[in-house]
Each structure stands twice: as C-alpha cells, then as structure tokens.
Design a protein around this ligand. Structure first.
Ligand code: KG4
Ligand code: ZN
Length: 336
C-alpha cells in the first residue's frame, strides 16, 4: 500500500510516499529556517503562508521522484494535530483536496505518533509494546506504546520542552534559531564539568520533566559573568548545559524503565539528532539490559515519511478520516 503523506505542523513543509508503513519511496522536506532565523523563532503567520506557497509544487516533485503513477497511490495522510493551527490547516486542507479529487481514503495522523513511527522506517523489525521517549522542540514526553495505535502517556514536561531549552540557551549565547545543533557543535570544544547546573526536583511527580530552571541557571550564569566583566568560555557553558540535559533525561528514563519493567526503549524527535544524548541513552540502555531504537538522524526532525509510516497502522486500524477533518492545535497522544 502506497501512502502519500503530508506534514506542515510547524516550519517544515514535507511530502512523502511510503510503502506498507516502513519503506520510503520518496520524501521531500522544504525547511523555512532561513525565513524565521531573522526573527529568532517561528512566526506562525509567515509559516502558514509559506506552506501554502510551496505545498503543491513539493507534492508534484515528490510524486515525480517516486516514479509512481498517480493511480498507484492508495491513500492520502496528513498531520492534523498538535502544532501551529494555521500551519496544520494548510496540510489538512490540501490533503482533503487530494483525497476528494483522487477518490482515495484520508488518514489523520497525530504528530507525536508519527515521530515515534519514524523508528519503523529505520528498524523494520520493531514492534510494540515499547517505551517511547519523545524529545523535540515542542515536546518532552515518555509514552508507553502498547500497540501501533494504543498509547499511554506516562510523563510530560512541566514547562519548557528540551529542544526549546536548547534553542533558548543557544539564542542567549548568540547562536541563530534553531540553535540546538549549533549548541551541540560548540559544546564539542568545551569542558562539560566546568559549570554545575541544577537538576529539577518535582514534588509528587518524579517522572515528569522540567527544563526551565536549568535554562534560567545557564542564562543567569552568562549574565552574571557579563555584569562583572568576567570572561566566560561559551563552549564550556554549552557543554555543561548539554551534560545536565543528558543527566535529567537519563534519570527520568531510568526511573520509568524500572517502574514499568520495560525491555525496549524507542527515542524520537528532533533532539534525538544530538550525538551526546544518543550515546548517553545507549549507555543507559546497556546498563539496564534494555534494547534501544532511534531513527536515522535524517528522520528525527519533522518530515512526512514518518507520517506515512504511522498512517499505515492507523489505516489498518480502520481510522479513516472524513472530509470534515479539522486541524487541532493541542491534542493528547491517546486521543480517541
Ligand atoms: O522534532 P522537531 O523537528 O520539531 C518539533 O516537533 O518540535 O525538533 C526540532 C528541535 C529544535 O528545538 C532543534 O533545536 C532541536 O530539535 N535539535 C537539536 C539538535 N538538532 C535539532 N537539539 C539538540 N541537539 C541537536 N543536534
Ligand atoms: Zn516534530
């Protein structure tokens, strides 16, 4: 089954064709980073306008590169939630138009479910149940995946998402948006033991994340040095921040693995591009006798191939959307 999938939840317009949930036939991603960089973050109105401008040509390019005929596409899928409403609406309405005109079923995909599904594209034999850690620009969640379409939220972030903390610290250091990958590069030349930053303590919800205290501590350290005219090594600062993030993530994941007695850990989301985080999670998994799965780095950040992967399982579960489908800005992963 060939699914044409669309992703437009934030600042990437993406179209892909995926066969049987785990084989990428073609995949196109048009990033808007250059546009938003000057503003230091995503401007929602500009994002949706750019999605509108490019989605049709990107879809044509994706179909051309797939070498498939239009009648070989069996199903249309789109991300419908969560995300920026104006951005989501572009993908949802374009997909509805395609589904109507081609007379093919429409499947609505939850963005976080698709991030997890990026792993089915990289690890063909991966099957639920497993524990999933989602670390992205908008989310930090641990979810128990009981089946392809059955999700049980375990923990979330109280404040900033981990990618958001990376981006905000990076911006204060002087790195342009999105700063996560640039901060990782800077940290490579730093001593991660130079600064000691706090790890969050959340009363009565020890599995939940919090990154805003850490973010503030790093930013305050930088400002204090500046006020006192003291020199600061930014690479050391970045490396120490990154190490603390690794420790926070590992601590929460280890507690959850032990509590729920899970044997498989799946990692997903843009922050999973971070080599230091990947390696520290691998070490943690080894120490706990847990099998670990992560997508290829090219599939960690927003793309449409992951949407096509999850759509296959939603379709098999009979989740066909109607042409009344609407975009939803906030929706839990275990929505009914
Ligand atoms: O999953 P994603 O593409 O979008 C969301 O759904 O949020 O994640 C984007 C996030 C950004 O915050 C970006 O800075 C972060 O992933 N990111 C990284 C790295 N590469 C991307 N953070 C840390 N280290 C990286 N190498
Ligand atoms: Zn995402």
């Amino acid at each position: 089954m060939n699914i044409l999938a669309i992703e437009s939840s934030c600042d990437e317009t993406a179209v892909a064709i995926v066969k049987n949930g785990n084989e990428i036939i073609s995949s196109e991603v048009a990033s808007q980073i250059k546009t938003h960089e000057v503003f230091g973050g995503v401007v929602p109105e500009i994002a949706s306008r750019q999605h509108c401008e490019i989605i049709d040509n990107l879809t044509k390019l994706c179909i051309k590169n797939s070498k498939l005929k239009i009648n070989e596409i069996d199903c249309i899928a789109t991300t419908f939630a969560p995300g920026l409403l104006g951005s989501l609406l572009v993908g949802v309405n374009y997909a509805k138009g395609l589904s109507f005109s081609l007379k093919k079923p429409l499947v609505a995909v939850h963005h976080l479910r698709s991030h997890i599904a990026a792993n089915y594209l990289t690890h063909k034999n991966l099957k639920p149940p497993f524990l999933a850690l989602i670390i992205s620009g908008g989310h930090s969640n641990i979810v128990k995946v009981n089946d392809y379409c059955k999700f049980e939220p375990i923990s979330k972030t109280y404040d900033d998402a981990v990618g958001e903390a990376f981006d905000k610290v990076a911006r204060t250091i002087g790195l342009s948006y999105p700063g996560g990958a640039k901060l990782e590069k800077l940290a490579k030349n730093g001593n991660e033991l130079s600064f000691k930053f706090p790890k969050p303590k959340i009363k009565n919800s020890e599995l939940d994340f919090s990154f805003s205290g850490l973010k503030t501590a790093v930013i305050n350290t930088l400002h204090n040095h500046k006020q006192k005219n003291k020199k600061i090594n930014l690479a050391d600062l970045a490396a120490s921040f990154q190490l603390t993030v690794c420790k926070i993530i590992n601590e929460k994941v280890e507690m959850t693995i032990k509590k729920l007695k899970m044997k498989k850990l799946v990692v997903a989301g843009g922050v999973c591009c971070n080599e230091k985080i990947r390696n520290s999670l691998k070490t943690l998994a080894d120490q706990n006798g847990v099998e670990i799965f992560m997508p290829n780095k090219s599939l960690c950040q927003d793309n449409a191939a992951m949407v096509g992967a999850q759509a296959f399982f939603e379709f098999k579960n009979g989740k066909i959307a109607s042409l009344n489908l609407n975009a939803v800005a906030n929706l839990p992963i275990n929505y009914i």
